[in-house]
Write a protein that binds this ligand. Structure first.
Ligand code: MLT
Length: 430
């Protein structure tokens, strides 16, 4: 990256030179790391929409052109040719693995899928109405109790790698057990002869006694969904993982925080909100046009969930791939579901409507992922848990990069807008 470019800031009769950093995809950024010390000025950018928090070599996305690449590989190619654990290896270690490296990685993960039996005591403490995301965030944080060496993020690379492997191996188990707690059903232990995605589905729903494997259509669709959710540069939850990790909190604590951030309906909770919106539409008679009108009515708080994106201006490249996967899964499984029929009708109307087209409100990844999860029999309040399962390698890669580049502790500034200095007054005189 070239850093010889400079910008000039003229303020209050003075001129300041600001270095410009240029990334490998020709993104230009004003480096303001010395701005306050040289000028007394800071910048403000609510939601950091125009502010880069770091330099990163993990994921590149271009919102205008609908490009998303993991370590330089397009998600289109990875979704078609790779699998989730190979993509996880790529994101975390930076290169596609050799066959030996992938076999070792998969074998390591397979041998760590079990969790300590005491986790069940923690799980039993959660009421059945507990949202699986809250349970999952707590269970991930509890891993520090069973693996206290993970508390120190500055241990040897081998020990850090062991912490990473354990988390990738155990998250599906913890996620499935969070679901079983929700259903007040007995937990299912991992069957390590199954692959990663199938093992998760087995722990969720059990392996059909007459079958030796999970339906390959379902397992393949889920593996593709996990790939497409694996990372998304500095989204809310990844930024959370990095800032928590910047205090030298453990990987497990940082990922637990990332799960909490993803839980929000404006982030990972959007896929759950999409299906809840469609179910409300169905229960109120399925009049799509009524909801389209409400979405356009400035006096109506109703908004279409699963449409548009903060970063992608014209289309979400993940949605394009997932839409086809959704059609394939519904066709291959022969699923007839009025909610899914409603989703297709809503998609058709919105894609033709100039009001939504001019506002970049097209179906995004959350619109279609909820449709597939529902078709796979995954309950609505587990949808965001599925997002977390997919996003885990991205979070780990972001945390690892932040540690390896010895990023300083994150500590944003502010502009104070409160009261000026005033004296304490006696309570009887207020
Ligand atoms: C994501 O994949 O994290 C979501 O699309 C949100 C985002 O990138 O801001």
């Amino acid at each position: 990256m070239s850093e010889s470019r400079k910008a000039e800031l003229h303020y209050d009769g003075k001129k300041y030179e600001i270095p410009v950093t240029v990334g490998s995809e020709n993104e230009h950024a004003l480096d303001i790391s010395k701005l306050r010390s040289e000028s007394g000025l800071i910048t403000i950018d609510r939601g950091f929409k125009n502010t880069g928090s770091t330099k990163s070599a993990i994921t590149f996305l271009n919102g205008e052109e609908g490009i998303l690449r993991y370590r330089g590989y397009s998600i289109e190619e990875l979704a078609e040719k790779s699998n989730f654990l190979e993509v996880s290896y790529l994101l975390i270690y930076g290169e596609l693995p050799s066959k030996t490296q992938l076999d070792d990685f998969v074998n390591e993960i397979t041998s760590h899928t079990l969790v300590h039996e005491d986790v069940k005591a923690i799980l039993d403490g959660f009421p059945s109405r507990s949202h699986p995301m809250g349970v999952l965030s707590s269970l991930v944080s509890s891993l520090t109790a069973f693996y206290p060496k993970s508390l120190d993020p500055n241990r040897s690379l081998d020990e850090i790698n062991g912490t990473i492997i354990r988390l990738i191996a155990k998250l599906p188990t913890l996620a499935a057990w969070s679901f079983k707690n929700r259903m007040r059903q007995p937990i299912m232990y991992p069957k390590n002869k199954l692959n990663y995605t199938s093992n998760f589905l087995h722990m969720m729903f059990g392996l059909p006694t007459t079958e030796t494997e999970i339906n390959p259509v379902i397992a393949s669709a889920l593996d593709k969904l996990l790939i497409l959710h694996a990372d998304h540069e500095q989204n809310c939850s990844a930024a959370t993982v990095r800032i928590v990790g910047s205090s030298h909190a453990s990987l497990y604590a940082s990922i637990s925080a990332g799960i909490a951030a993803l839980w929000g309906p404006l982030h990972g909770g959007a896929n759950q909100a999409v299906i809840e919106m469609l179910e409300e539409m169905k229960d109120s008679g399925g009049d799509v046009e009524k909801y389209i009108s409400r979405a356009k009515d400035k006096n109506d708080s109703f908004r279409l969930m699963g449409f548009g994106h903060r970063v992608y201006k014209n289309f979400d490249p993940r949605a394009t791939i997932i839409k086809k996967a959704a059609d394939d899964v519904l066709d291959q499984l022969g699923i007839k579901d009025p909610v899914l029929d409603l989703a297709k009708k809503l998609e058709e109307v919105v894609l033709k409507d100039e009001y939504f087209k001019t506002r970049g409100l097209y179906p995004n990844v959350d619109f279609y992922s909820g449709i597939i999860y529902r078709a796979l029999g995954i309950p609505t309040d587990m949808f965001t848990v599925m997002f977390a399962l997919g996003r885990l390698p991205g979070w780990i890669a972001q945390w690892k990069e932040m540690r390896e580049t010895t990023e300083p502790i994150g500590r944003p500034r502010q502009v104070y807008t409160g009261e000026n200095l005033r004296s304490y007054s006696d309570i009887n005189k207020r």
